[in-house]
Design a protein around this ligand. Sequence first.
Ligand code: AP5
Length: 214
Amino acid sequence: MRNFVFLGPPGSGKGTQATRLSQKVGIRHLSTGDLLRNAVQEQTALGMQAKEYMEKGDLVPDQLLLGLLEESMNNGAMSKGTILDGFPRTVPQAESLRDMLNKNNMKVDAAVLLEVSDEEVIKRLSGRWFCTTCQRTYNYPMHAPKKEGICDDDGHELQRRRDDEEEVVRKRLHIYRERTAPIVDFYRAESILTTICGEQSPDKVFSDLLEVIQ
Ligand code: AP5
């Protein structure tokens, strides 16, 4: 039973690597961004409130987020552990996670920081498109779909995330530095932090990650 936290600025590859690792080691992948986007799409009360924060690139307030996270953490697959992608994002969230895991005699086993420059983040997120149906992600120009704007897998239309507009990405980067970067020290103090260069190829990042995990 192991729990991993993936840290890094927007677009650093947390979701990409968490998905691969989840498939490789059979531990579930829990992304608070995905949970929130589902809530927005389903127009739940929480989703309606979260939407305005997300579209502006702000953090969703803890009182909205923590209940959703605890419910997902306690939902079934707790026994095998979790790869947390996008949570925690503030020191109070890191403390809440520690308390939540402690209650179940668990802890964060490793925190992995993917380091990527602001220029690379802006380049990646301005090229990111996703399928509205199967959620497959593409990136122009390196991983473009065969037919412009159409998913290779199911033929449905591709879209961009609203918060991937450059102005919003710059705000997300600012918030990352102000509010999320301090948790790097939180995990460093617990001696469980490892830093990986996120500007390498996805395969090289993944092999570095496997070394950390194993
Ligand atoms: P969230 O969805 O978590 O966004 P994020 O952390 O900003 O991360 P991204 O999904 O944009 O990027 P990523 O690091 O996962 O990179 P990816 O693998 O996709 O959160 C969205 C919003 O929800 C927040 O702004 C906030 O409002 C709210 N929220 C979420 N959690 C919250 C919390 N805990 N508290 C409060 N609010 C919260 O890769 C990006 C692109 O780069 C892709 O196109 C990919 O193909 C490409 N790529 C990946 N790796 C490489 C590589 N090595 N080389 C080249 N390209 C690569």
